[in-house]
Design a binder for this molecule. Sequence first.
Ligand SMILES: Cc1cc2nc3c(=O)[nH]c(=O)nc-3n(C[C@H](O)[C@H](O)[C@H](O)COP(=O)(O)OP(=O)(O)OC[C@H]3O[C@@H](n4cnc5c(N)ncnc54)[C@H](O)[C@@H]3O)c2cc1C
Length: 389
Amino acid sequence: MKLSDGLERARRAYPVLKRHAADVDRSDRFASESVSAVRDEGLMGLLVPAEFGGLGGDLDDLVLIAQCLAGGCLSTAMIWAMHCQQVDTLVRFGSPALCDRLLPRIASGSLYIASVTSERGKGGHLLTANAPLGEDPGCLDIERDAPVVTGGLHADGYLITMRAGRSAKDNEVSLVYAGRDQVEVRPEGDWNALGMRGTSSGALRIAGRVPSDQVVGEPGKFPVVAVESYIPCGHLAWAACWLGAARAALSEFLTVLHSPQRPTTLQSSSDLVAERIARVRTALELVSAYLARTTEEVMERRRLDKSMDDPAVQIHLNVLKVAASELTLQAISQLVGLGGLSLGYLKDSPVPLERYLRDLQSAPLNYGNDRLLVATGLLSRTDRSVRLI
Ligand SMILES: Cc1cc2nc3c(=O)[nH]c(=O)nc-3n(C[C@H](O)[C@H](O)[C@H](O)COP(=O)(O)OP(=O)(O)OC[C@H]3O[C@@H](n4cnc5c(N)ncnc54)[C@H](O)[C@@H]3O)c2cc1C
């Protein structure tokens, strides 16, 4: 697939996302029309290899498309980005039989996969799990509490982290695929959140029995899957989504600033305004460059069949997530300040900065920056040469 082909598809879906973003946020409902538009453009199969009917795209396509979609609706972009993260994991670690069953359905747009890693009690920690898989010969029993699942009630399948067995330790984690028709899914609470309201990320209880070939990667070895696929793909795609939203906000802000809609007290020719715009632009330039460079690093290592299990690479991926989440949120906050009451703060401003601000407040939490900063600090001890990106 040419890089521009996926982007063209995203550009065709974009007006639908843009049109529905405010209503989805206001009504606190899943972004169905926008997700359908993304499905109709074949983008759910972006990372599915062409031999399974997918677009055969790569991570550079993922980050470009995520930015474009997020400029229309950040909720939809994150729903799609998290689905792509699950697809990358399946493509790389699913058994041949599981890939044969699932990838053609993903490519056709009929299988949307949600992510279940958070769990009550352990919080967000990715590499541990409490609920154990029950093992009968040939089958695995799942009984899982899932406090936050983006698109959970709308998904056609789930990738779920589980403790590898009843006698396994909490860091012996397996990743298991469960089709929606194989499990009972019960909502356990609404998604009444500050932002990202179109993601319908409410709590679920998931219970059922799946064949044992639905473990993705080696049983109990989820950290390998996480390091090679889940974390790189997730951090690149999320950072791209947040950057896309912040970039759209700046672009819309500049358009209004140089139009008759501009509040009369906001002087587009003032040095103070120019300096503040420059600060926002600087933040976005830095995130963009770091995202591009990290994408190259991950793609290069994949091309050379080199593992991501390298302290410097892990640090770069963590820095990307933390920096992108903080700088894009800060950029929106600066635009709100610059726009003042009517352009920055009111819900009916011509630039929906208050929605961007509420949505981007989720970025440092989705996966907790505190956890990543602690990990980065510990990893730094083993990279004493300080190999910068
Ligand atoms: C919009 C959105 C969508 C999401 N979608 C999904 C999804 O689809 N699937 C899914 O499984 N999860 C999802 N999540 C959950 C997400 O991945 C995180 O698990 C969750 O946001 C973390 O919850 P928490 O903020 O309570 O932090 P936790 O990581 O659970 O931490 C709890 C508290 O402990 C603090 N803390 C953490 N580590 C340390 C430390 N080492 N030292 C000191 N303090 C520490 C944190 O600052 C925080 O205050 C989503 C979250 C959001 C916001």
